[in-house]
Design a protein around this ligand. Structure first.
Ligand code: THU
Length: 233
């Protein structure tokens, strides 16, 4: 973990609202999963801290049991609390074990992406997707997470990105994406927009079912994309 737990609020990406929200979700295993608010110039694509932490825990095969949330109680946090019957925590124990998503060394990216499919929560679509976000410190894994409430799940790309930011890894070098049920995997529009916010000049490597690869600059996947400069008055 790059930033100490006390600094987690500063890991939030909230340039539009300045509300540095963070959260920890305690998993049944005893591990705490950090989440931070990840805003987007297209405001509705913002990932709330609690959604990020819940998805991170589920993507690590854990089950949320408690939550420590910096944000004012809102409808969505009530939703997560009720959905998982979460206990509310007031502070982080001193000896808390904090999840660190970094994988320092990956020998075979394609094999890693395949193995990661076991961690997806894709029972709604039967369409597993995995991602590896390359950072200056190593790789951050992401898997797609689905709920009965479809709009509250997250794509593999966004799980990887929100995990990275929550743990203080913010220098992105590119991303790999894999979806075995797809003949030609290509990131959804929402993920293109979210990746465009953080790494427009980096490359997305798509790993197809037939073992072929295609490479795209993120900015090329979103021609004339909407960005923070579009918001300037
Ligand atoms: N999905 C991803 O994880 N990434 C993409 O780029 C495309 C879609 C997931 C979301 C959902 O869990 C499932 O695939 C079907 O939409």
């Amino acid at each position: 973990m790059k930033n100490q737990t006390t600094n987690i609020a500063s890991n939030a990406y909230a340039p539009y609202s300045n509300s540095d929200e963070y959260c920890y979700v305690l998993g049944k295993s005893g591990t705490f999963y950090p989440g931070v608010r990840v805003e987007n110039s297209s405001y509705p694509l913002t990932i709330p801290a609690d959604q990020a932490a819940i998805c991170s825990s589920l993507g690590n095969g854990d089950h949320p049991v408690a939550i420590l949330d910096s944000s004012r109680s809102n409808q969505l946090s009530k939703f997560w609390i009720e959905k998982f019957n979460l206990k509310k925590l007031e502070s982080l124990p001193e000896d808390a074990v904090i999840y660190d998503p970094i994988v320092k060394k990956v020998d075979d990216v394609n094999l890693y992406l395949q193995k990661l499919c076991e961690s997806t929560v894709s029972d709604q679509s039967d369409f597993p997707v995995t991602a590896l976000l390359k950072t200056t410190d190593g790789y951050i894994p992401g898997v797609n997470i689905e709920f009965k409430e479809w709009n509250l799940g997250l794509c593999a790309e966004r799980v990887a990105l929100s995990r990275a930011l929550a743990s203080g890894y913010s220098e992105f070098l590119g991303m790999h994406v894999y979806a075995p049920q797809s003949e030609y995997i290509s990131p959804c529009g929402a993920c293109r927009q979210v990746l465009f916010e953080f790494m427009p000049d980096q490359t997305l490597v798509l790993h197809h079912d037939d073992q072929s690869l295609s490479r795209h600059l993120v900015s090329h996947l979103l021609p004339n994309g909407f960005s923070s400069s579009s918001l300037k008055k």
